[in-house]
Design a protein around this ligand. Structure first.
Ligand SMILES: O=C(O)c1ccc(O)c(O)c1
Ligand SMILES: [Mg+2]
Length: 627
């Protein structure tokens, strides 16, 4: 379907907003009156600019406090409307949005509202304009979609229809049954559809709408369900985003518009309107890549954690450090001069790397060159919103399967293998990232019990948090958990975890204060161990330093839980934190920070699902204290 976006959703001047909308692939815009009033361009120039950018002006909005008012007031409203309709003629816009009145002058009189809207529509019709009447959730007398529709129906004017806005409809928390009436509105009488999501919050609905709307898929409203009803009604107009959001108002318009368009692609897929290449959910973390200018601190830390430097890149100064199934690349790269040591890339194991990249590209993710150097294996990679490079790499099993199929035909493969092989039959050669690395002699440093990467925690730029969540959900097909807010002594840290079904890929996306030296966005790598006490002790014995946790924390633990003899003393000594949920237990501790990066050692038992959020305020305070 055609896509559109209200100019209020983007930051900048009207010209900047239009340019961003066009570049992101929108077909049209809603011109918000304030953007026009503040623009030095004449309506004719705006019209020409939109035409140059390939944008139609799908809606002019809003007109307020029009209906159900005393006659002398209504006469003034018609005069105002006359001016606006002339303006719309100059703009080349043929639909105007009228939102339900909030005026104290408005009467609770549907017949009067219908009669006056009918007169307004008559005037509009003379200009070739249609009036779309929308119920604001806080409208004085009209605040539900069905009430607005009853008035439109009663008015019975061909130039009068309704505008449905998912926020106003869903924010009232109505019973899903109440939405079924949407499908009964004749599709051609739904003149416009505005789409917005919002995080679930208990607050005044006007404030909620004006500050916290977000793109579909970023909040907690069932925008997909609503869209299905509107489509069932036969609506054929554009899908238009109308997002009032304090963060998007400040963020750069270009990336916000791309995020916006991505949300409509994911929404249309979910509503069964337009398919995308199917999500290829990653099945594991193959590696994490750190970039640093000085390998020494990172190497010392990895060595103390029990990692061994097992291989080196054939052509570049990149070392592979490994322990169990945890693999960390240390890259001596110039980028670190700007950022300090940072996590630059993640290798995600994928049953179909090319398919994963196709979906990412369809969802407007920047696709990175397949080879970073001519001799490198050609890997599919895209950039996440925060710039982290995501490599889709063949799972070890997939690479082996292709080799087996290639050499032995199908006779020795079982059915599961055959299925995977069919899925990748058109990829004769699945590049293996590991082939770029040559083994180096190493003393098998006694491993310290790290088995794999448990999760990554990546702090996002302040204005890209919602975008990051939608990206990881939509592009990678990961499931997003609820948002958690964590108190930081110098601010607030908000976190939302995304994961695959078996928990072998977990990323905690965060935003807010960061306990790093220059406030740079902290990134941490949590390493799984079956025995955090043993791993922590071995780390210490090898010269590693663990984050010190205040005694008050452990005193509080003693008040909450009963521990075996000596257990709590061990946790005090090593700075181990403890949490429990309905499924199991979590024990974890933290290393020093190098640049932006630190490590966490975690022991999950019994299917614990969280990330130790209740301990995060104590951990953040301790990290700030170290600085
Ligand atoms: O907040 C408002 O006033 C407002 C204006 C126009 C709309 O379409 C809307 O949904 C809200
Ligand atoms: Mg609206």
């Amino acid at each position: 379907m055609r896509t559109s976006i209200a100019t209020v959703s983007l930051s900048g001047s009207l010209t900047e907003k239009l340019t961003a909308a066009s570049r992101a692939g929108f077909d049209g815009v809603e011109i918000f009156e304030n953007d026009l009033l503040a623009s030095p361009l004449t309506p004719e120039e705006i019209r020409a600019r939109c035409a140059d950018l390939g944008l139609s002006i799908d809606l002019y909005q809003p007109m307020r406090d029009i209906e159900a008012v005393p006659p002398e007031e209504f006469a003034r409203n018609l005069r105002r409307a006359h001016h606006k309709f002339e303006l719309m003629g100059r703009l080349g816009a043929d639909t105007v949005l009228v939102c339900s009145s909030v005026s104290p002058l408005a009467r609770d009189d549907d017949a009067l509202a219908a009669a006056q809207l009918c007169q307004l529509a008559d005037l509009a019709q003379g200009f070739g304009i249609r009036v779309a009447y929308e119920a604001l959730a806080w409208g004085r007398h009209v605040n539900t979609y069905d009430h607005a529709w009853r008035i439109v129906e009663a008015a019975g004017h061909p130039a009068l229809g309704t505008c449905l806005d998912s926020f106003h409809i869903l924010a009232r928390g109505s019973d899903p049954k109440d939405l079924e009436g949407i499908a009964d509105i004749p599709g051609e009488k739904i003149f416009f559809l505005q789409l917005a999501d919002a995080p679930l919050m208990a607050m005044d609905v006007l404030q909620w709408s004006r500050h916290y709307r977000c793109f579909p898929g970023q909040g907690g409203l069932d925008v997909t369900g609503l869209l299905r009803h509107v489509i069932a009604a036969g609506y054929q107009g554009p899908l238009s985003l109308e997002i009032f959001n304090d963060v998007f108002r400040q963020a750069e318009a270009g990336p916000t518009a791309i995020d916006a368009h991505r949300s409509l692609l994911v929404l249309q897929e979910a509503a069964g309107l337009a398919p995308l290449p199917a999500p290829v959910v990653p099945t594991g973390a193959a590696f994490v890549e750190l970039v640093t200018v000085d390998a020494e601190p990172a190497s010392a830390l990895l060595g103390a954690l029990g990692f061994a430097r097992t291989a080196r890149h054939r052509s570049k100064p990149v070392d592979l450090w490994q322990q169990g199934e945890a693999r960390i690349l240390v890259n001596l790269g110039p980028a670190a001069r700007r950022h300090g040591t940072f996590l630059a890339a993640v290798g995600l194991e994928s049953p179909d790397p090319a398919g994963a990249a196709r979906r990412a590209e369809a969802l407007l993710a920047p696709v990175l060159p397949r080879r970073r150097a001519p001799e490198d294996a050609p890997l599919d990679a895209v950039a996440a919103p925060d710039g982290t490079e995501l490599f889709f790499v063949a799972t070890v099993a997939t690479v082996a399967t292709v080799a087996t199929v290639a050499t032995n035909g199908m006779n020795r493969t079982n059915r599961a293998v055959a299925e995977v092989a069919t899925g990748i039959a058109n990829q004769p050669e699945l590049p293996d990232w590991r082939a770029d690395f040559v083994d180096v002699p190493h003393h098998d440093a006694t491993p310290h019990g790290v088995t794999r990467i448990d999760h990554l925690a990546l702090t996002q730029p302040w204005h890209e948090f919602d975008e990051a969540v939608l990206f990881h959900r939509g592009v990678l097909g990961l499931h997003a958990q609820e948002c958690v807010d964590v108190a930081d002594p110098y601010g607030l840290h908000r976190s939302r975890a995304v994961s695959n079904p078996d928990g072998s890929v977990r990323i905690a996306l965060g935003v807010g204060a960061a306990p790093t030296d220059d406030g740079a966005r902290a990134q941490h790598i949590a390493l799984a161990t079956d025995d955090v006490v043993a791993t922590a002790r071995a780390f210490r014995a090898a010269g590693g330093r663990l984050l010190t946790v205040p005694a008050n924390y452990h005193d509080d633990l003693a008040a909450q839980y009963e521990f075996a003899d000596g257990e709590l003393e061990t946790y005090r000594e090593l700075g181990i934190l403890y949490d429990r949920d309905a499924h199991g237990e979590f024990r974890h501790c933290y290393t020093d920070t190098v640049g932006r990066v630190f490590f966490e050692l975690v022991q999950r038992d019994g299917g614990y699902r969280g990330y130790g959020a209740r301990n995060a305020p104590v951990r953040l305070a301790a990290q700030h204290a170290v600085r």
